[in-house]
Ligand binder design. Structure first.
Ligand SMILES: C[S@@+](CC[C@H](N)C(=O)[O-])C[C@H]1O[C@@H](n2cnc3c(N)ncnc32)[C@H](O)[C@@H]1O
Length: 324
């Protein structure tokens, strides 16, 4: 009895507001928002980006929901369940299956759920201009997680007039890769393979295809050395083993500012140097990333997404997870 009563006290009530304001929410499907975003005349503003992100989040947990209209209440309950997935919560009472899914894919959903950063990155990719044309846009997403950057590439392809897209994601976490593969196949966007992107063998599928765009979001977070994540090692594999397939590609990030400290040996890594240091005076792996190029301006890692924070109610900003 006492135990039950104390558990009851730990139970979180439902969040007091919806995840987005009703004034920016569109009662439409993800498919319809994506179609709108794919028109080169549509401005990819904060409200549209937020709609795409929260509906993609819903489709990730409820495969197939991308085709139907999703209400703001549905999407808000799901985010509430997500942020309380490890706790007692009124909105998770009797919802064992959804709690299980949120725990299984939680690691990837945490990144997508950083809505301000996700929106900023999505916009930078989706508004890109490809360096060369063709009928089919070919893109590679390294460390694909939920696959949201593949969705951003598909919007970029539409906005650049391609009639088809061929996207491949590489993700080393098997549970996440399988789910993302399922979601992206249902949306007709591409496939995700379970593999280590540092290994040359992983890229057999490239054959002699020329890539239009490569997203590689495997950088370490603020104040961590480059060796903590695989970004520079993956770039080395691509540059040394697949130059002809990647030389015409645009990259996200387009360039990265790294240094021994915030003031020492600051160097810009980009595709012209294969995201590698020229000399060997100091090992790149011991350096830290400080900023990445976002739509032409070198932006400190901690400032990415700031302009989109205003779309998230304060009560939610405090509980939503961070990308990196
Ligand atoms: C910051 S997250 C990127 C999230 C993804 N872009 C998204 O928005 O959902 C980095 C992802 O890269 C994956 N990853 C890191 N190193 C990898 C490697 N060597 N090969 C394949 N995947 C890797 C991680 O498992 C993680 O899912």
């Amino acid at each position: 009895m006492i135990q039950k009563a104390s558990l009851r006290l730990l139970q979180r009530p439902a969040m007091p507001t919806t995840i987005l304001s009703s004034s920016i929410y569109r009662n439409t499907s993800l498919v319809s928002d994506i179609e709108d975003a794919g028109k080169s005349t549509t401005e990819l503003d904060g409200p549209l980006l937020m709609n795409i992100l929260v509906k993609f989040f819903h489709a990730y947990v409820y495969p197939g929901s991308h085709e139907r209209e999703i209400s703001l209440e549905e999407v808000s309950v799901l985010f509430d369940q997500f942020v309380h997935r490890r706790l007692g919560s009124d909105v998770l009472e009797g919802c064992l299956d959804v709690r299980k899914d949120l725990l299984s894919y939680g690691f990837a959903l945490c990144m997508l759920a950083d809505l301000p950063k996700s929106a900023h990155i999505f916009k930078v990719i989706a508004e890109g201009k490809t360096k060369f044309g063709g009928d089919v846009f070919t893109g590679l997403d390294i460390g694909s997680g939920t696959g949201i950057l593949m969705l951003a590439m598909s919007v970029l392809a539409k906005r650049n007039g391609f009639s088809g897209v061929s996207l491949v994601g590489i993700e080393r976490n098997q549970i996440v890769a399988e789910r993302t593969n399922d979601i992206l196949s249902r949306m007709g966007l591409g496939n995700v393979i379970v593999a280590d992107a540092k290994k040359k063998d992983t890229y057999g599928f490239l054959e002699d295809k020329k890539l239009h765009y490569i997203t590689n979001e495997t950088l370490p977070s603020v104040n961590r050395s480059l060796w903590k994540e695989d970004f520079i090692f993956i770039c080395k594999t691509l540059h040394e083993g697949f130059y002809s397939q990647t030389e015409g590609a645009d990259f996200f990030p387009q360039s990265v500012l790294v240094g021994r400290s915030q003031t020492e040996m600051l160097t810009v890594l980009d595709s012209s140097n294969g995201f590698q240091l020229k000399g060997d005076a100091y090992p790149l792996r011991l350096m830290k990333p400080y900023a990445i190029n976002m739509s032409g301006s070198m932006t400190p890692l901690e400032s990415i997404g700031h302009a989109y924070e205003k779309y998230i109610p304060d009560t939610w900003s405090k509980v939503l997870t961070r990308r990196w």
